[in-house]
Design a protein around this ligand. Structure first.
Ligand code: GAR
Length: 196
């Protein structure tokens, strides 16, 4: 059984959706949800679904090896689902092509530092975009610049508010993120599976 650890900073509806999706899978399970925010709703959601949770400080992420050792022992794939901090280089080196992120826009548009959540949808609206979408990509040391694994577009009507755009994006995320994770585990992780 492959082990997924999810990093999330806030609400955690994607985390919850991924946990549920893999609950009866023969391939993988979400074993841990980690957050840099003690009060993040995602921690409650995970506990409710009987998934272990871990809060960590900035210092534990950037200046200690404790978290890395723990992840090496407990996880095969790291999934960022609404995680707002940069992943340190040392963690990326320990999990090459095994950290993925979802971004609520069509990268490389509307990516980079400060572009998260409603900031993205507000910018999309301000620029009168005709379409937006989701991007699932590998995580490298630069915000939102890792190789893209999957993208899906959705049309925007001129009357859509940023909140309505957010709803459209969440719908796409719920539909595709678990499937993309599953496909990735079925392909890139095939050899690893034999070790577990
Ligand atoms: C999601 O839309 C995700 O794509 C976005 O945050 C939201 C989290 O929602 N991520 C980013 O903006 C990362 N730059 P959730 O907490 O309900 O899953």
């Amino acid at each position: 059984m492959l082990r997924i650890a999810i990093f999330a900073s806030g609400n955690g509806t994607n985390a919850e959706n991924i946990i549920s999706y893999f609950q009866n899978s023969n391939l993988a399970r979400v074993v841990l949800v980690l957050s840099n925010n003690k009060n993040a709703k995602v921690l409650k959601r995970a506990k409710h679904l009987n998934v272990s949770v871990l809060y960590f400080s900035r210092n534990e992420l950037y200046a200690s090896s404790k978290l890395i050792t723990l992840l090496q022992n407990q996880a095969d794939l790291l999934v960022l689902a609404g995680f707002m901090l940069r992943i340190p280089a040392v963690l990326i080196q320990e999990f090459p092509n095994k950290i993925i992120n979802i971004h609520p826009a069509l990268l490389p548009k509307y990516g980079g530092k400060g572009m998260y959540g409603m900031h993205v949808h507000n910018a999309v609206k301000e620029n009168n975009e005709k379409e937006t979408g989701i991007s699932i990509h590998y995580v490298n040391e630069k915000y939102d610049e890792g190789a893209i694994i999957f993208q899906k577009k959705v049309p925007i009507s001129p009357t859509d508010s940023p909140e309505q755009i957010a709803t459209k994006i969440h719908k796409l995320e719920y539909k595709y993120f678990p499937i993309v994770i599953e496909n990735l585990l079925n392909t890139d992780f095939k050899i690893d599976t034999q070790d577990h």
